[in-house]
Design a protein around this ligand. Structure first.
Ligand code: ACO
Length: 340
C-alpha cells in the first residue's frame, strides 16, 4: 500500500550574535555561575541585540533548514511558527514574516501558541497536513526572544532563559510500505494540556484581559505582572511527571521497550528536570540529548535546536527510534515518536 508518511528532511538553527555567560549575568543580578550551573546546568545563553528579532532568527534558521533539505522556498506549502514571543503581539504572524523573508510566493502561514511544547505540536500539525495531502513540504519553526518578556530584576527566572530559533522541513515520503517493513518518519504524537495550571507560567499584562495602555501601565500594582512569572516548584513537579507520562505512553503505543529507544530529545528547560525524569523512568541520562548548557531555555526553539545539534554531531542514524517531549506554559505538554 502507498502511504504519505512525513519525514524530517532538513534542520537549521540560528542564534543571536551576543553570548552571555553566567558571570556576565551576575553583573546584572544577584546570582553566581555556581548557583546557575548547580541548579539548572546552564552555562551560557544568547540574547538579541541591535536589529535581531524573533523573525530574523526564524528566517535564518529556516534558510539553513531549506538548504539542508535541498528544497526551494516555493516548495513550501505551509509555514508553522511556534513562538510565545512573536515580533508583533497580535498580527502579522511571525509565520507570515518568515514567508516574506524567505520569499515563499504562496503558502499558508500561521503561528502556533503552545509555549515550550510548541515545536512538538508543530511537528504533529505538519504530519497531519502531509498525511491529509494538503501539502508536500511544511516548514516548522520554533523561535523565541524570551529576553523580551523576562523580568531582568527577578533572579529566579531571568537566569533560565535565552533567545534562539530552530527549524525543520517536514516532507512527504510517498513510500510503498509492506506490512513487514517498518515505516520511517514521524509516526504519531501525543498532545495534551493541563489548563488547571494556567497561572503557573504566565505573563499577566499585555493581553486583552489586561491591555497595556499609557493609562493602564501607571496602574499596574506589581511591576512583575508585566513580565514572565513562574511558580518554579509547581512547574518542576509538573515537568517531571509529564515527561515520564509522555515517554511511557509513546513507548507503549509504539510497542517498544526502554532498551529499544535510541534517543529522547526533551525540551531543554533545565538539567535537573531531565535528571529527575531519567531517574524516575529508569532510562539512562545519556539517552537524553542535552544542550541546555550552551543556550539556556529557548522555549519552543529548544527541540529543533537540539535535533539540529544532534544532526551536526552525527548522532542521528537511520532507523533510530526517537521520542521528543515538550512541556511548558498552559500548562501544555506533548511529544512525537519518530523513526529516523
Ligand atoms: N541565583 C542565586 N540564588 C537564587 C537564584 C539565582 N539565580 N534564583 C533563586 N535563588 C535562590 C532563592 O532565592 C532561594 O533562596 P532562599 O532559600 O534564601 O529563599 C534559593 O535560591 C532556592 O530557591 P528555590 O526556588 O527553592 O530553588 P530550587 O532549588 O527549587 O530551584 C528552580 C529553582 C531551578 C527554578 C526550580 O524550581 C526549577 O527547576 N523549576 C522548574 C522551572 C523551570 O525550569 N522552568 C523553566 C521554564 S518553564 C519551561 O520551560 C517549562
Amino acid at each position: 500500500m502507498t502511504t504519505r508518511s512525513a519525514v524530517i528532511t532538513g534542520l537549521g538553527k540560528a542564534l543571536p550574535r551576543r553570548k552571555v555567560s553566567n558571570d556576565d549575568l551576575s553583573q546584572w543580578v544577584d546570582t553566581s555561575d555556581e548557583w546557575i550551573r548547580s541548579h539548572t546546568g546552564i552555562e551560557n545563553r544568547y540574547l538579541v541585540s541591535g536589529d535581531e528579532s524573533c523573525s530574523s532568527l526564524a528566517i535564518e534558521a529556516s534558510r539553513a533548514a531549506l538548504k539542508n533539505a535541498g528544497i526551494d522556498p516555493e516548495d513550501i506549502g505551509m509555514v508553522v511558527a511556534a513562538t510565545s514571543t512573536p515580533d508583533y503581539k497580535s498580527f502579522p504572524s511571525t509565520a507570515s514574516l518568515i514567508q516574506e523573508g524567505l520569499g515563499i510566493p504562496a503558502a499558508g502561514a500561521f503561528d502556533l501558541a503552545a509555549a515550550c511544547s510548541g515545536f512538538a505540536y508543530g511537528l504533529e500539525t505538519a504530519r497531519s497536513f502531509i498525511n491529509a495531502g494538503s501539502c508536500d513540504h511544511v516548514l516548522v519553526v520554533g523561535a523565541e526572544v524570551l529576553s523580551s518578556i523576562v523580568n531582568w530584576k527577578d533572579r529566579n527566572t531571568c537566569v533560565l532563559f535565552g533567545d534562539g530559533a530552530g527549524a525543520a522541513v517536514v516532507s512527504v515520503s510517498s513510500a510503498s510500505v509492506s506490512s513487514t517493513e517498518e515505516e520511517r518518519g514521524l509516526q504519531f504524537s501525543r498532545m495534551r494540556s493541563e489548563g488547571s495550571g494556567w497561572d503557573a507560567l504566565i505573563v499577566k499584562a499585555g493581553g486583552s484581559r489586561f491591555p497595556l495602555t499609557s493609562e493602564s501601565i501607571e496602574k499596574v500594582e506589581n511591576p512583575g505582572d508585566l513580565y514572565l512569572a513562574m511558580d518554579g516548584r509547581r512547574v518542576y513537579e509538573f515537568a517531571v511527571r509529564v515527561i515520564c507520562e509522555t515517554i511511557t505512553e509513546l513507548m507503549d503505543t509504539a510497542g517498544i521497550s526502554k532498551d529499544e529507544l535510541d534517543w529522547i530529545v526533551p525540551h531543554q528547560a533545565n538539567y535537573r528536570i531531565i535528571q529527575a525524569a531519567s531517574k524516575r523512568l529508569g532510562i539512562p541520562l545519556n539517552r537524553f540529548f542535552m544542550n541546555v548548557q550552551h543556550y539556556g531555555n529557548t522555549s519552543a526553539a529548544t527541540i529543533p535546536m537540539a535535533l539540529h545539534d544532534m544532526s551536526e554531531q552525527n548522532l542521528l542514524k537511520k532507523d533510530q527510534k526517537i521520542i521528543t517531549v515538550g512541556f511548558g506554559g498552559g500548562l501544555s505538554y506533548g511529544g512525537n515518536y519518530i523513526v529516523w
